[in-house]
Design a protein around this ligand. Structure first.
Ligand code: PEP
Ligand code: MG
Length: 586
């Protein structure tokens, strides 16, 4: 194959959704399904076809139950929920009744009758302009392929028996879960998004993965060797020896540094001149609590609860939420957990989302504005959070605050939930702290007024940057404008701290900026006393803090405030970072 073309190193860019480096031969995922025909048979065959179909469904359910058990052991209960949803689809009575009708009334063979029904369901779901529903089509497709394979008595396609990087148009969650870790070193797909179940599973299972990689097939051929960088989101086809050597030595260096830092992960992070900075973790699912605490996290600074709501067919009940939050509170140790109330809306919508599609969803019905308009939903969540506060240190935080009234209304809802629970004799922490996320420019400007209403601020820089510079955080075309060191962002951040300090409340940062160690000097100099970061960054951020001098960082900020260009501010912060922990910046 390769002899017919010159072998060139080609870089294909995508979206890194699960970090890690993998090098190996490619293996193409065969789109195994052969479309069944709508072949008819005589009416006398109907009972036999129906019985054959039922046997295939029973077998499918057994297989899914096996996957579910394995998922619960390997990746945690949230991931097991995916296969629970598949099981529900496989036994949906309405679906089975339609298949039976196709077999008995239209005289179709089982394969054709089943395929026709599934195609109708999927066609209906594809019509929605909604990431969540599109991801559910992948789930339905997965169930369909499994049932059809069982009807045909086929084995599910096994993977290649050599170590490889799997390339696919798309991967179903169950395929990700079934991957043989000894042979699949990593995968890249053309479709996919960071919120798809496949990406979530890849992260939980530690499989390097890149999605949204257009046109893989025209760049890669059978037997090519590729290098996959799941953090940078790049696939390098036929990497030269020098490229591989560069990546390998970077990987070795990083592993060496990581193991040294890991040994120092516990204990507080104090700057050289004694400024204490809390380094907490951001988590998306409760099951992460054990691993983030193992990385040295001082509790959880941001629990994004929406994932509990988005990845199951129904919104969780108060009971289910209370159990989930209590588990995190128990695991989070003395520092506890900051539970952010629901931040659905924007690009994250639950199944069955009603109402018309929004023209500007990021400026629309999301975060606290949605919770305030859905008082029952909000009340259920607040009660669950309060119930968890009886079992560990719990704080609540409101997302997407844009003004004082929203915080007052949210606090009033919280107070009324406290009254209810007290009347019911249910224990909770009556002094539970309340915080506002500062991620809308109006909130940053009004920080002094907001500081009178809450016990802490946590700055969501991901959104603050997008809204302040008017730059969509997921639009590649304007990515060069997305600048954490933009002078306006630095001013807004300073404004937040300057409002917090006289009010006697603390201010932290939980956006991605907090985990970028190039920017640690800037954030320490601005006066933030808490940084909440992704699990893998915890030891790095702690180390960076321990080598810095807070006084020098404050000088850096003083000098930076007069600068007119983000590159100059970034360069100064980087220079200080480099002078103290160059080994972490490679
Ligand atoms: C942020 O906006 O910085 C943040 C932490 O919230 P999210 O990324 O969940 O929007
Ligand atoms: Mg946000």
């Amino acid at each position: 194959m390769n002899s017919a073309r010159s072998i060139e190193e080609v870089h294909i860019r995508g979206l890194g959704v699960s970090p890690g480096l993998a090098i190996g031969r490619v293996h193409f995922h065969s789109e195994l399904m052969i479309e069944p025909t709508l072949e008819t048979v005589g009416p006398e065959a109907a009972d036999g076809e129906w019985a054959r179909f039922q046997r295939a469904v029973i077998l499918t359910k057994e297989q899914l139950q096996g996957l579910l058990d394995r998922a619960a052991d390997d990746a945690g209960a949230a991931q097991a929920g995916i296969f629970e949803a598949h099981l529900l689809m496989a036994e949906d009575p309405a679906l089975l009744a339609q298949v039976e009708k196709g077999i008995r009334d239209d005289h179709l063979r089982a394969e054709g009758a089943f395929y026709r029904v599934m195609e109708r369901y999927m066609a209906a779901m594809r019509k929605f302009d909604d990431d969540y529903l599109r991801d559910r089509v992948t789930d339905l497709d997965d169930v369909m392929r499994r049932v059809l394979a069982n009807l045909r008595g086929e084995e599910r396609r096994g993977g290649a028996d050599f170590a490889h990087i799997l390339l696919a148009r798309d991967l179903a969650p169950s395929e990700t879960m079934e991957m043989d870790r000894a042979s699949v070193l990593g995968f890249a797909t053309e479709a996919g998004s960071p919120t798809s179940h496949t990406a979530i599973l890849a992260r939980s299972l530690g499989i390097p993965a890149v999605v949204g990689m257009h046109d893989i097939h025209s760049h890669v051929q059978l037997d090519d060797t590729v290098l996959l960088d799941g953090a940078a989101g790049v696939l390098i086809v036929n990497p030269t020896r020098e490229t591989v050597a560069t990546y390998e030595s970077a990987r070795r260096r990083r592993a060496r540094v990581d193991s040294q830092l890991y040994a120092l992960r516990d204990g507080e992070a104090l700057t050289r001149d004694g400024q204490r900075i809390v380094v907490a973790a951001n988590i998306e699912v409760a099951e992460e609590i054990g691993s983030v605490m193992g990385q040295g996290a001082e509790g959880v600074g941001l629990y994004r609860t929406e994932f509990l709501f988005l990845h199951q067919p129904h919104f969780p009940t108060e009971e289910e939420q209370a159990a989930d939050y209590t588990a995190v509170a128990r695991g989070a140790g003395e520092h506890g957990v900051i539970i952010r109330t629901l931040d659905i809306g924007g690009d994250k919508l639950p199944a069955g989302a009603d109402g018309p599609a929004e023209g500007n969803p990021f400026l629309g019905w999301r975060g606290i504005r949605r919770s305030l308009q859905q008082p029952e939903l909000f009340r259920t969540q607040l009660r669950a959070i309060l119930r968890a506060s009886a079992y560990g240190k719990v704080r609540v935080m409101y997302p997407l605050v844009s003004g004082v009234d929203e915080v007052r209304l949210a606090n009033a809802a919280l107070a009324s939930c406290m009254e209810e629970l007290a009347a019911e004799g249910v224990p909770f922490d009556p002094l539970m702290a309340r915080g506002a996320m500062i991620e809308v420019p109006s909130a940053a400007v009004l920080a002094d007024m907001l500081a009178e209403e809450v016990d802490f601020f946590s700055v969501g820089t991901n959104d603050l940057i997008q809204y302040s510079i008017a730059v969509d955080r997921v639009n590649e075309r304007v990515a060069d404008l997305y600048q954490p060191c933009h002078p306006a962002i630095v001013r807004l951040l300073r404004n937040v701290v300057e409002a917090a300090v006289p009010a006697g409340i603390w201010a932290g940062v939980c956006g991605e900026m907090a985990g970028d160690i190039v920017l640690t000097p800037l954030l320490v100099g601005l006066g933030f006393t808490e940084l909440s970061v992704g699990a893998s960054q915890i030891p790095r951020v702690k180390h960076a803090i321990r080598t810095l001098d807070a006084g020098e960082c404050r000088d850096l900020v003083r000098r930076s405030l007069g600068l007119r260009n983000h590159m100059e501010i970034l360069a100064r912060s980087r220079q200080m970072a480099r002078s103290y922990y160059a080994e972490l910046l490679e």
